[in-house]
Design a protein around this ligand. Structure first.
Ligand SMILES: [Zn+2]
Length: 295
């Protein structure tokens, strides 16, 4: 189990799965072979698979343990969920719950579950199947995400293109992983402190209309949990490279540049949702762009 210590706060990665999940050409519409050539010194093997040419992606949650709170960021895909036609994510049975319990934290001890956004791979463990019903996995937690994101997802429920598999899967996700936890959800309307001097929430629209990022401070150390503002470390070197799933492309690029600039300026530990090993690191300015130093 991989952990990072930030002042008096422990951050642990709870893995769901990792592997060469995506074809980079499909995932990043502006991807080209020149990027592989330019970055081959660090891409292999942790961030691109040499055999298949696919990009390595990790699905994980971040558990934050402060002296007073247990906070979970992003709930991956989840078990036993109907995710057809996404066959690889359909009816999964991973040991994510056992990995969480191995930290010594029981689901009943989670105080906050923060969803950076409401795509299928960020909310799955919000719920679990008990006696045929989707129930909150974390019965004592407040679930937190942005009102703009919920409004957007609910507006998309009706009338999406029947040939849009991603929209179909996200519709299923709403019903089994979001709707059941709404009675214990707090909606974020503007950037705010969730825990004063410790955990802040910033609205960072672009990947989705209601994406948020989380800032963690402990003593004089700081980290930023960026969800899918950056999917893959190549985007730190190429901030204008959006994924095919960035819903507001211009804003997605601007939010990414803002994030990288802040991380470089303030030496923040960047903790994305999908980077391969070691999963987190620091952004440095390099000439007129950026580079990434994994921890
Ligand atoms: Zn994601």
């Amino acid at each position: 189990m991989q952990s990072f210590q930030l002042g008096d706060t422990r951050i642990t990665r709870i893995e769901e799965l990792i592997g060469p999940l995506f074809d980079p050409v499909q995932f990043f519409p502006t991807f080209h072979q020149g990027l592989v050539d330019a970055h081959k010194d660090w891409l292999f093997p942790n961030h691109m698979d040499a055999k298949t040419g696919r990009i390595i992606a990790s699905m994980h949650s971040w558990l934050i343990q402060t002296p007073h709170h247990n906070i979970l960021i992003d709930g991956c895909i989840g078990n036993h969920k109907d995710r057809n036609p996404y066959r690889a994510w359909h009816q999964m049975t991973t040991e994510w719950p056992e990995r969480l319990k191995a930290t010594g934290v029981d689901p009943t001890q989670i105080d906050y579950v923060l969803c950076t956004h409401l795509h299928v791979d960020h909310v799955g463990w919000n719920t679990q199947l008990i006696d045929g019903t989707w129930r909150p996995t974390f019965p004592n937690a407040r679930y937190v995400f942005s009102k703009a994101e919920l409004d957007h997802v609910e507006a998309m429920l009706n009338g999406h293109d029947p040939n849009d598999d991603f929209a179909l899967v996200n519709q299923k996700t709403y019903h089994d992983s979001i709707k059941p936890i709404l009675p214990q959800t707090d909606l974020v309307i503007e950037s705010m402190d969730l825990i004063s001097d410790r955990l802040s929430i910033a609205l960072t629209p672009g990947h989705t209309p209601g994406s948020i990022t989380l800032g963690l401070t402990s003593f004089d150390e700081r980290a930023r949990f960026c969800g899918d503002i950056c999917h893959h470390p190549l985007q730190i070197y190429e901030p204008s490279m959006n994924s095919a799933y960035c819903e507001l492309p211009e804003q997605a690029i601007q939010s990414r540049i803002n994030l990288l600039e802040e991380c470089a300026e303030d030496n923040l530990l960047l903790m994305p949702a999908h980077f391969g090993p070691s999963h987190a690191g620091r952004v440095r300015r390099k000439a007129s762009a950026y580079e990434f130093k994994f921890c």
